[in-house]
Design a protein. Structure first.
Length: 380
């Protein structure tokens, strides 16, 4: 039997499978109406477990893993279909629709923007990429940025979320959980850390280097090759440069951007001392109000799931079933609950797609807690 003949047989089977699948989903509609009328939840875990055992016994041992995987996906599709009948539309979907309607059609060129640090910070560079003419106000801490927006002092805030070498800035996730703000845009900034010193200071003179803890982590190889240099974390790389410039010591240096050298009258002793040449940091722009500008094709969410086996798998199956690309999954421990976590997701999907609205509604109904952090585009 040749390949074409085999494919004909597969096509015949596929037609039967599709017809049976549609028939199964129609029956699931009746199941959903019964559950709705009788106040029963969509998920029946004991029924699903029993069904997985049953179908596994119907196939040879070498097929059992595949049939369980198939039926787990069928269960997810069935639950998703039932949810559309049982659940009322999620209030979050209404807020998203209102934001799409009321957000200006063009991202503002000018605005008052809060950044953490001092003049010369990488957050400043990110703000200048996002806005054509921002009025930047600097604050000493990340939480001060959130407070400035909450109190109406600034319209937007620009904050680092993750670095390609050192990973996520966990404090930002924690603050996003505490404040109910929205991400309205993001941007990636190429990060080059330079060793900045006062004029006349030599490499062999340096005994202490200042920088942000993330920058120190990103330059770990350089610091390992110079064990005589103590690394001290400050709130910001630009603040590190400012500290060196104002110090009366001649044995200190800063790991900061090249622009900080001219800004604070320092000399670049070494350029590009970060571990990776393609080092970059992703910055997010946040707003107190939900705003969704045209072209939004990324979405960030946070959620918690029941502390039960398979809870996260069901979320991932739902995302996969709707054909949505998951670009990031991060877990953050919940301080008040031992060994339980808040999960952060970045999704790549147009905010206008029906699959997006379906996912948001399902997650809002199906998770212990659900936070929609915003839909936005990334400046390149």
């Amino acid at each position: 039997m040749n390949l074409d003949e085999l494919r004909v047989q597969l096509d015949e089977i596929d037609q039967q499978l599709v017809e049976l699948f549609v028939r199964r989903m129609h029956i699931c509609e009746d199941v959903a109406r019964y559950k709705k009328a009788n106040g029963r939840p969509t998920l029946d875990s004991s029924r699903e477990r029993a069904k997985l055992v049953s179908v596994s016994e119907m196939v040879p041992p070498q097929m059992q893993t595949y049939i369980r995987s198939l039926y787990q996906q069928i269960f997810e599709l069935s639950r998703s279909w039932q949810d559309t009948i049982i659940n009322e539309p999620s209030p979050i979907c209404g807020r998203i629709a209102a934001a799409l309607e009321n957000t200006p059609k063009v991202f503002p060129a000018m605005s008052t923007v809060a950044c953490q640090g001092v003049e010369g910070a990488y957050s400043q560079a990110a703000a200048e990429r996002l806005f054509s003419a921002p009025n930047i106000l600097f604050f000493s801490t990340f939480e001060s940025v959130f407070s400035a927006i909450k109190n109406g002092l600034c319209d937007y805030g620009v904050l680092p979320l993750e670095n390609s070498t050192a990973g996520s800035v966990n404090q930002i996730y924690d603050l996003m959980m505490r404040y109910n703000f929205s991400i309205v845009r993001s941007v990636r900034i190429k990060i080059d850390h330079n060793l900045l010193v006062k004029p006349g200071t030599r490499l062999e003179d340096i005994r202490e280097v200042y920088s942000h803890e993330q920058a120190i982590a990103q330059c770990s190889h350089f610091l390992k090759t110079h064990p005589e240099i103590k690394a001290t974390a400050l709130a910001n790389t630009a603040l590190a440069a400012q500290t060196v410039a104002s110090s009366d010591r001649s044995d200190v240096a800063a790991l900061a951007s090249g622009s900080c050298a001219s800004l604070y009258g320092l000399k670049t002793l070494l350029s590009g001392v970060q571990d990776q040449g393609n080092n970059s940091t992703r910055f997010i722009c946040i707003s107190k109000d939900m705003q969704i500008f045209p072209g939004a094709d990324r979405t960030s969410i946070m959620l918690t799931t029941p502390h039960k086996p398979g809870s996260l798998f069901r979320i991932l199956s739902k995302i996969n079933a709707l054909g949505i690309n998951l670009t990031k999954l991060e877990s953050r421990p919940l301080p008040e609950r031992n060994f339980e976590f808040m999960f952060y997701f970045d999704l790549e999907t147009p905010v206008y797609s029906p699959e997006f609205i379906k996912l948001i509604s399902d997650l809002d109904h199906g998770c212990e807690t659900f936070e929609y952090l915003g839909s936005y585009s990334e400046v390149v």
